[in-house]
Design a protein around this ligand. Structure first.
Ligand code: IPE
Ligand code: IPE
Ligand code: MG
Length: 242
């Protein structure tokens, strides 16, 4: 029997790094560095709680519009973190996948991505999808372009099979930290029936306690998927005798 109180797939918009740093009179990149530690802690906590898929938003299609200094700082940090963290993630049974448009990424970043994916491909404990240079609109367009190029009918199933997260089921729970209540071009297609949890914690402050609060809140939700609630008497067992 599936335990529906624990989400199978959790997706997170890791927001609030810049504000975390500003509050401490530090450069924004210091917040991003702290954000990497928060992600490591979060991945470990998800694994310990039996969550099988964690998808995180690390850099959006729109984040290129930030000051050049921050963008290059983020690229450096990403490449550095990849080199440094992969051995431990590999030992922890984490399978790393990178989701997003590859075109604009440097060779250094692309090499890091390829090595990290190859090193952890056989792991099964937790799939960690890192959305980097990702946008939900990009994802829908690239899937549609592939359906069209193959001369197939534009059906939901054909699109689904070509979306960037086709290797995992849709997220059950989407968390956004940092207090904003918007999706910012994250998993537009895949979050059609996800439950949302908005946390006021800035991402570097997001810890096990807040993760547990999100999971507990999720467990109380009544996911109807457009149907009538299972909690309503007789909803799924119509009386056919009359
Ligand atoms: C999220 O933190 C990380 C990225 C977008 C790369 P922000 O950098 O957006 O932090 P705030 O929202 O400015 O505090
Ligand atoms: C969303 O955060 C993107 C990531 C967390 C990577 P942003 O900080 O870019 O989103 P907005 O600008 O507040 O909508
Ligand atoms: Mg932000």
């Amino acid at each position: 029997m599936t335990d529906t109180s624990t989400p199978h797939h959790v997706a997170i918009v890791m927001d609030g790094n810049g504000r975390w740093a500003s509050k401490r009179f530090l450069p924004r990149i210091a917040g991003h560095k702290q954000g990497v530690d928060s992600l490591k802690r979060c991945a470990r906590a998800c694994e310990a709680r039996g969550i099988k898929v964690l998808t995180v938003f690390a850099f959006s299609s729109e984040n290129w519009q930030r000051p050049q200094e921050e963008v290059s700082g983020l690229m450096d940090l990403f490449a550095l973190a990849l080199g440094r963290e992969v051995p431990q993630l590999k030992a922890d049974g984490v399978q790393l996948r990178f989701i997003g448009e590859r075109q604009r990424l440097s060779n250094r970043v692309l090499r890091g991505i390829a090595q990290a994916e190859a090193a952890t491909a056989a792991n099964q404990q937790l799939v960690l999808n890192v959305c980097f240079n990702y946008g939900g609109r990009w994802d829908i367009v690239q899937a549609a372009a592939r359906v069209a190029a193959q001369g197939l009918a534009m059906t939901e199933q054909h699109l689904n099979q070509r979306m960037a997260l086709a290797h995992v089921p849709d997220p059950d729970l989407v968390i956004r930290t940092g207090g904003e209540q918007r999706i910012s071009n994250f998993l537009l297609w895949q979050s059609a029936y996800s439950e949302f949890f908005f946390s006021d914690k800035l991402w570097p402050d997001f810890d096990e306690t807040e993760l547990d609060l999100a999971i507990q809140t999720y467990a109380l939700r009544d996911r109807r998927f457009g149907r009538v609630s299972d909690l309503v008497d007789g909803a799924s067992t119509p009386d056919e005798s009359n």
